[in-house]
Design a protein around this ligand. Structure first.
Ligand code: IPD
Ligand code: CA
Ligand code: CA
Length: 286
């Protein structure tokens, strides 16, 4: 049996990292071509899929299927294709599609591997920066060949906090209301436009914390593992793993305060059936 037919986390990471890099290089090479056109929209008129989202996912599915034909693959654009190996891949082929469309350099390919329901390996590649973020559960987190650590801020009013918004305008209004309560309590807020990069930013102290409501497992699975392995606390609502209701990662010293602030002012933001988990997965919590 070759390494790639087992659930060995190091082998899964190797495949995730190679594939994320290859897909990212494709995205970068085609950025200035006609293929970066709006192909169609999804949940709302602003929720776009470019031809390159689709091309990136096709490449990733092909590489994963050739290496590991029995694995399940859940990808943002192609849905779930079941397999019987016990390994499931969670794929966002282009996280930060709007940035990509506009030529803003904050977009990434995110690939995570889950074994028996637990994320064990994750890779996030940001092509314009040439930055590859990797983590294996229990073995630390890396930016290219350097180990990374989350920040050590202990006061929320000194914390730089990232967040993001849904494509649905009604839900955005509720997220804005939540933000109204967060903004005066923190150093400042950033909306980078890629959940995967937000989470990796927490992993190396570019952000002190990040929260978002309404994400999908393909958005957070790889990045949350990177943040966790870098020493950040990660999770969802109190006592829960990250979910569509809340995904949060923060320097340990500000995690509790930020989460309780968000829960106090935003518990109902996405607490409706509309966010029932699609292809549910969790990356652990605390
Ligand atoms: C989006 C980005 C964005 C976040 C949205 C996501 P996409 O993913 O991660 O930062 O705020 O919630 O949907 O659509 O670019 O893959
Ligand atoms: Ca995404
Ligand atoms: Ca995407």
């Amino acid at each position: 049996m070759s390494a790639e037919t087992t659930g060995d986390p190091a082998a899964l990471l190797d495949l995730a990292a190679r594939t994320a890099r290859e897909a990212g290089e494709l995205l970068l090479a085609r950025r200035l071509t006609d293929e970066v056109s709006v192909a169609h929209t999804k949940s709302t008129p602003t929720d776009i899929v470019t031809a390159m989202d689709t091309a990136s996912e096709a490449l990733i599915r092909d590489r994963l299927r050739v290496a590991r034909p029995d694995d399940t693959i859940l990808g943002e654009e192609g849905g779930s294709v079941p397999g019987g190996s016990g390994v499931r891949w969670l794929v966002d082929p282009l996280d930060g599609t709007v940035n990509y469309l506009y030529g803003l350099p904050a977009y990434a390919v995110s690939i995570a591997a889950e074994v028996a329901g637990e994320v064990v390996a994750g890779a996030v590649f940001c092509p314009p920066a040439g930055e590859l973020w990797t983590a294996v559960r229990g073995s630390g987190a890396w930016l290219n060949d350097q180990a990374v650590r989350a920040g050590d801020v202990s006061e929320l009013d000194r914390a730089l906090v990232g967040t993001g918004f849904w494509y649905d305008s009604g839900l955005r209004a509720r997220q804005a209301e939540l933000l109204r309560h967060v903004l005066p309590r923190v150093r400042d807020v950033r909306r980078i436009g890629s959940a995967a990069l937000d989470l990796c930013s927490v992993a190396c102290g570019r952000l002190d914390a990040y929260y978002e409501t309404g994400l999908h497992p393909w958005d957070w699975s790889a990045g949350l593992l990177v943040a966790r392995e870098a020493g950040a606390r990660v999770g969802g609502l109190p006592g829960e793993a990250a979910s569509r209701r809340l995904a949060i990662a923060a320097a340990p010293g500000v995690f509790d305060e930020l989460r309780s602030l968000v829960v106090t002012h935003g518990a109902d933001v996405v607490g409706s059936p509309v966010v029932a988990v699609r292809g549910a997965s969790s990356s652990g919590g605390c």
